[in-house]
Design a protein around this ligand. Structure first.
Ligand SMILES: [Zn+2]
Length: 68
């Protein structure tokens, strides 16, 4: 479900924790999904600045897929 002409409706909850991208601790983070490595699976969570960078990558990836 998306808002018309806007960002997707956000249903996830921010919690205070550790950003798995920039290693900052005690910052608001959002769970983005499971991360899978050869050693196992863990919860990938990131802070807002990191999420903004990730969103830019996701957007660029989606654009690339749409035009392929
Ligand atoms: Zn971060």
């Amino acid at each position: 479900m998306t808002k018309r002409g806007g960002r997707p409706v956000q249903h996830r909850t921010w919690v205070v924790g550790e950003c798995w991208r920039c290693d900052r601790i005690g910052v608001p983070v959002l769970w983005l999904g499971p991360v899978q490595t050869d050693l196992g699976t863990g919860p990938f969570q990131a802070c807002e600045p990191c999420i903004l960078r990730l969103e830019a990558k996701v957007y660029a990836y989606a654009e690339q897929r749409d035009t392929a």
